[in-house]
Design a protein around this ligand. Structure first.
Ligand code: FPP
Length: 246
């Protein structure tokens, strides 16, 4: 097995990595297990990848844990995911403390079940002063929801005197759920699907996209490192030509 960790240039790390964790259901089905079995094993990948990212010095790791569209899944699966979140946050708070990781959440959190919200708020509060890495859970999140919210807040502020003629991209970013965070330089999606699925549409304007066929429960530290190496081997031109970059 190639050890990708030693191939990483620590001076050119992405500051922010975002991940669409996909394929839990199919991973479970492959082994004739219920979908929830896949989600449970997905939690192991969440732990591994969070540790791996913190270890090498990633500043922000954002995980798409539950989209606004996921409410359309069968009720038992939604309930199981919500319970798993509560259980995982409660159980992992000590690991987050040990690793100096701060927990944060983005999304329409008010619509989460009370117990999920409570566990989340607790986790966020306990870890609020940690400063090695920020682990951001996207929960009941969708980019269109986020952009609509921004539009509404700007409209509200305009009635209070905000001059919308002077609105810049920098000011607009302050209205997003990711306010204060750098845009992800690298977006990973597991399970072979080649879609963005309403995730961070504004923020990924210049992100490098990395797709792997591995299902999320099979995604391990070395897979994250492989994605980072792939990112580092690309030339990010931001609309310029190669010669201008040198
Ligand atoms: C996608 O697989 C996965 C999800 C919708 C949920 C992800 C949740 C976890 C890994 C567990 C909890 C997470 C945290 C952060 C504590 P899928 O169900 O869409 O798989 P499929 O495409 O094969 O059906």
């Amino acid at each position: 097995m190639v050890d990708y960790k030693e191939k990483i240039d620590l001076n050119r790390l992405p500051r922010h990595i975002a991940i669409i964790m996909d394929g839990n259901g199919r991973w479970a089905k492959k082994q004739n297990q219920p979908r929830v079995f896949g989600h449970r094993n997905g939690v192991k990948s969440v732990r591994e990848v969070s540790e791996a990212a913190a270890e090498i010095g990633i500043e922000y790791l954002t995980l798409y844990a539950f989209s606004t569209e996921n409410w359309n899944r069968p009720r038992p699966e939604v309930n199981a995911l919500m319970s798993l979140l509560v259980e995982t946050i409660r159980k992992e708070v000590s690991t987050l403390m040990e690793n100096n990781i701060r927990l944060k959440a983005i999304g329409d959190l008010g619509k989460l079940p009370d117990r999920t919200l409570e566990a989340l708020r607790e986790g966020i509060e306990i870890t609020q002063n940690n400063d090695r890495m920020t682990l951001v859970l996207a929960l009941n999140y969708s980019a269109r929801w986020e952009l609509m919210e921004a539009a509404k807040k700007i409209h509200w502020d305009a009635t209070k005197g905000l001059d919308t003629e002077k609105l810049t991209e920098e000011i607009f970013q302050n209205y997003l759920a990711t306010n204060g965070m750098p845009d992800p330089e690298l977006l990973i999606r597991t399970s072979g699907e080649l879609r963005i699925s309403n995730f961070l549409l504004w923020q990924i304007a210049y992100s490098e996209l990395y797709f792997t066929d591995k299902f999320w429960p099979d995604f391990r530290k070395n897979d994250l490192y492989e994605a980072i190496v792939s990112y580092q081997n690309r030339e990010r031109r931001f609309g310029k030509i190669s010669e201008q970059l040198a």
